[in-house]
Ligand binder design. Structure first.
Ligand code: 5GP
Ligand code: 5GP
Ligand code: 5GP
Length: 208
């Protein structure tokens, strides 16, 4: 056939706020390389269908191979830090994301390009700056969910989905930001479908 069959429709590019990963009951562990910068970090680049479902673990024959991303190692350590316990060097997190999600977009992005694409998307999306422009800063204050979405829409040009989690005191807080990316991994797009979840109408933006 001339065209590879379309095996997914778009990507979610998901970034996590480290302060919100860390201040839950489970806590977190800094990577062996030290405390990450107070910035959003990459969680993953996730192939998705426009009906809201998604493929996972698509190719057991394509194991994660760190030698394929050696040229990206300083950028990936900075922009895609692991916060899970026990402290790690990041390889287990990147392996998980490649195996679960990356193997489902192999027709478009090989392993090197999967990680390079996520790093490039992170470079193009300065969430913290977009939020700061609107006066939204990670100071432990509370902000309306709508003001957070508008600030990111104004800064990035596209409406994000906001995922919340809860801190140790049960407060709803800004945990992850989802932006949508076309199936080539080349441009941000408006999301064809949003995930479902619950945030308060005002949410905390904790420090890190
Ligand atoms: P949770 O159940 O904590 O929301 O998500 C657990 C994991 O499932 C995520 O880290 C991600 O790997 C996957 N996941 C959850 N929601 C979505 C989604 O809407 N699309 C894709 N592609 N993966 C998802
Ligand atoms: P997902 O939710 O993407 O399916 O799975 C995330 C997996 O990566 C979990 O097994 C989690 O323990 C691990 N992981 C390692 N570091 C991190 C991190 O910094 N953030 C998140 N959300 N998961 C991490
Ligand atoms: P609607 O789809 O009508 O905009 O919103 C339906 C519900 O989803 C409302 O309760 C609204 O507060 C919530 N909501 C809107 N945008 C987001 C978002 O980005 N993240 C989450 N978690 N909830 C949202």
């Amino acid at each position: 056939v001339l065209c590879a069959s379309q095996d997914f429709d778009f990507f979610y590019f998901v970034q996590q706020w480290p302060g919100s990963y860390c201040d839950t009951n489970k806590g977190c562990c800094y990577p062996k390389t030290g405390k990450p910068a107070a910035d959003f970090g990459i969680h993953g680049l996730w192939p998705n269908y426009k009906d809201g479902s998604y493929p996972s673990n698509c190719d057991p024959q394509a194991p994660f191979n760190p030698s394929e991303i050696r040229d990206l190692s300083s950028r990936i350590q900075k922009d895609w830090p692991t916060l899970a316990c026990p402290s790690g060097d990041g390889l287990a997190f990147w392996e998980h994301e490649w195996t679960k999600h990356g193997t489902c977009s192999e027709s478009v992005l090989d392993q090197h390009d999967y990680f390079a694409t996520a790093l490039s998307l992170k470079n193009q999306s300065n969430l913290l700056r977009s939020l700061k422009t609107a006066g939204i800063i990670p100071n432990g204050g509370y902000y309306s969910l709508e003001s957070i979405k508008s600030a990111i829409k104004d800064g990035m040009g596209y409406t994000p989905y906001i995922e919340c989690n809860v801190d140790e005191s049960g407060n709803s807080q800004l945990y992850q930001v989802y932006l949508c990316v076309d199936s080539n991994g080349s441009s941000l797009i408006e999301c064809p479908v949003f995930p479902h979840g619950k945030c308060g109408s005002t949410i905390e933006f904790p420090t890190f």
